[in-house]
Design a protein around this ligand. Structure first.
Ligand code: ZN
Ligand code: ZN
Length: 469
């Protein structure tokens, strides 16, 4: 007996350096409390009230605008009203872009106007040119250099509805890189079919970025029915369009990440992070993108606070996500030395559809705890999907530095009907779905806070990849 214990101890000593930390677990008592929280959250309308308040009292809040400044004040007041222990702001500076007016007109025999919106970051200007249609970005890239001299490139790619919003990879890619590709071929303007899925005559904006060294050209998206119309007109013969955009850069702006904390009862220095982004595009009221995310995160932490969680809950309403993840990057810069303290994080920035999936890139030592959290989410009709997900937008920079992420995947089937267009308004949110979202985040936050052991957050060398996604 004695010998065998000694032998086991020796074996343990030998194998210790090869093993990860002892397994992270979730106490049974915490799982019981999580079940109560789940029911409470489903019957609670705090998330809805917050989302309603932001979209109504502030409305659209383009980064760097007056409304953005009002949103910062709103978030500070809301955190305080909800009883967060600590509330503070951290500055985020970025170039300011403004949209003033936008028009497009088919010229000649079939003269008529087209419903367009400037892409964020677009240059202003009025141009007239013949339309050259490309079915996708690859076709534009394959066009001979100089072949679009004096012309307007039109990329006519249609996104399809997918639960994970997968087509946005292509639609967003066209928006981001299309104008630069068009410039390289000599184009004087760029038009694209909206990176969206709505049949309504609204247009999805979003950021574009011109490659260094290129002279920016006016770049706009048009609504899906307008893109269909342009396609029909092109079938009749050459089409000339006048595109008039009054928009552009106007100096620098400073906004703020607004942060609220519920201090942990026994591990106050260890943080479970959540949040959404406070800014929005200017066309709708930024309800699904991302007032809902702010509402979900604030409401979930507020509910969990009543259970006095062990670790600190930190909610960040990030500044200027839309124009280049400025808030998330500023947060990562300011907190780069605190990766280990950020035990795990989950952001909400994919609308307010039913949360249907859960995953994390936590290491094997924490898999048991992740599975226990997944089990507590199951009654909410959330599946554990170990091969899916990613850190959503703003926490990506921290995840790159080594912070462990969790993913609560929203059903995005209808997300691109609304994303970045004038239809992104409060009425499109289903209060029941929003309550389910809050319940899922509350369960995650509470159990992550109560977990015995960590989730593997640790600083890592720049460039190395963690997790499978
Ligand atoms: Zn967003
Ligand atoms: Zn967005």
């Amino acid at each position: 007996m004695r010998r065998s214990i000694l032998a086991s101890a020796l074996l343990l000593c030998v194998s210790m350096p090869l093993q990860a930390a002892s397994p992270t677990t979730i106490p049974d008592a915490a799982l019981t409390t999580a079940a109560t929280l789940r029911q409470q959250a489903l019957a609670d309308d705090t998330g809805w009230k917050i989302t309603e308040s932001l979209t109504t009292e502030v409305g659209p809040r383009l980064a760097g605008s007056q409304a953005d400044a009002r949103a910062v004040a709103w978030a500070q007041a809301k955190f305080k009203e909800l009883g967060f222990d600590k509330v503070w702001t951290e500055p985020v500076t970025f170039p300011r872009w403004e949209r003033r007016s936008e028009h497009a007109q088919v010229l000649g025999e079939h003269a008529q106007s087209l419903v367009v919106t400037a892409l964020g970051g677009s240059a202003g200007g009025t141009i007239e040119g013949e339309i050259v249609r490309f079915p996708d970005l690859a076709a534009l890239q394959a066009a001979p250099a100089g072949s679009l001299t004096g012309k307007i490139a039109f990329v006519d790619f249609q996104m399809h509805k997918k639960r994970d919003g997968g087509d946005y990879r292509y639609g967003g890619g066209i928006r981001g890189r299309g104008p630069s590709e068009a410039i390289k071929k000599g184009a004087i303007g760029f038009l694209m079919r909206s990176a969206g899925t709505t049949p309504h005559r609204v247009v999805n904006t979003g950021m574009t970025r011109y490659e260094e060294g290129l002279t920016p050209i006016p770049a706009a998206a048009m609504s899906i029915p307008d893109a269909d119309q342009l396609e029909r007109l092109l079938a009749l013969g050459p089409v000339k369009v006048r595109l008039a955009l009054d928009c552009g850069w106007d100096g620098e702006a400073t906004s703020y990440n607004v942060i609220g904390e519920i201090t942990g009862r026994s591990k106050p220095k260890e943080i479970v992070l959540t949040g959404g982004h406070l800014d929005s595009w200017d066309l709708g009221t930024g309800a699904i993108d991302d007032a809902a995310g702010v509402g979900i995160a604030m409401a979930a932490a507020h509910l969990v606070a009543q259970q006095h969680p062990a670790r600190t809950l930190r909610v960040v309403a990030f500044a200027n996500e839309e124009q280049g993840l400025y808030g998330g990057r500023a947060y990562a810069k300011a907190h780069a030395s605190e990766i280990k303290q950020h035990v795990i994080a989950a952001e909400s920035d994919f609308g307010a559809g039913h949360v249907y999936a859960f995953n994390s890139n936590a290491p094997a030592s924490a898999k048991g705890a992740i599975e226990a959290i997944a089990g507590a989410l199951k009654p909410l009709d959330v599946a554990y999907t170990p091969d899916q997900g990613d850190p959503e937008s703003d926490i990506g920079a921290m995840a790159q530095l080594g912070m462990t992420w969790a993913w609560l995947g929203h059903d995005g089937t209808d997300y691109f009907d609304l994303h970045h267009n004038a239809d992104d308004t409060l009425d499109k949110i289903d209060p029941k779905d929003l309550a389910q979202n809050v319940a899922a985040y509350a369960v995650f936050l509470y159990l992550a806070s109560e977990a015995k052991g960590d989730f593997g957050s640790a600083p890592k060398a720049a460039g190395s990849e963690k997790g499978a996604h």
